[in-house]
Ligand binder design. Structure first.
Ligand SMILES: [Zn+2]
Length: 167
């Protein structure tokens, strides 16, 4: 910015010109929360995801993230980061699973293969991400996994011993 000031007295005048910077605008760096495995360099972990296994840029990969306390450090992080993963109940996925189950999915009673717990599917904990996962409300083992990626809906019931229509 340029500024000019001039003051005139009876027999003389003073004139001052100044140029100064108001500030700088810095655009935020791009954030890479996850990416390919890469070859170990930071830039290889910041490439566009090309499919396969998606690796989260956490722990010792967090330098590639460009976000968080480890991003500005030149040394490797200790890998200790805290995450909170929230879950929904089984009612959140009733619509998707209605494609497979003729009966109302949330009222189906599931017997857990790991702990023998009996609960309606609507009472199970649901995790949504790359597909959906239902976990036993008692022992947290996987009750059901479903994915629509690359093909029609696929449901796996590996952790479920029995499903019963109760009504
Ligand atoms: Zn269980």
């Amino acid at each position: 910015m340029n500024a000019h000031a001039s003051i005139s007295f009876f027999f003389f005048s003073v004139s001052v010109s100044m140029s100064f910077t108001l500030g700088y605008i810095e655009l935020p760096r791009p954030v890479f929360l996850a990416g390919n495995l890469g070859n170990g360099s930071i830039s290889s972990r910041q490439q566009d995801f090309t499919g396969g296994v998606l690796y989260l840029n956490t722990g010792d990969r967090s330098l590639a993230r460009n976000l968080g306390e480890c991003a500005d450090s030149s040394s490797a992080c200790d890998g200790n980061e805290t995450y909170y993963i929230e879950h929904l109940d089984g009612n959140a996925v009733a619509g998707v699973l209605q494609q497979i189950f003729v009966a109302e999915f949330t009222t189906l009673e599931r017997v857990c293969q790991s702990c023998g717990d009996r609960n309606p599917c609507g009472a199970h904990r649901t995790y949504l991400g790359a597909g959906l996962v239902l976990r036993c409300p008692n022992c947290s083992d996987i009750a059901l996994r479903a994915s629509e990626r690359d093909r029609p809906l696929v449901v796996e019931l590996r952790g479920t011993w029995m499903l019963t229509v109760t009504d």
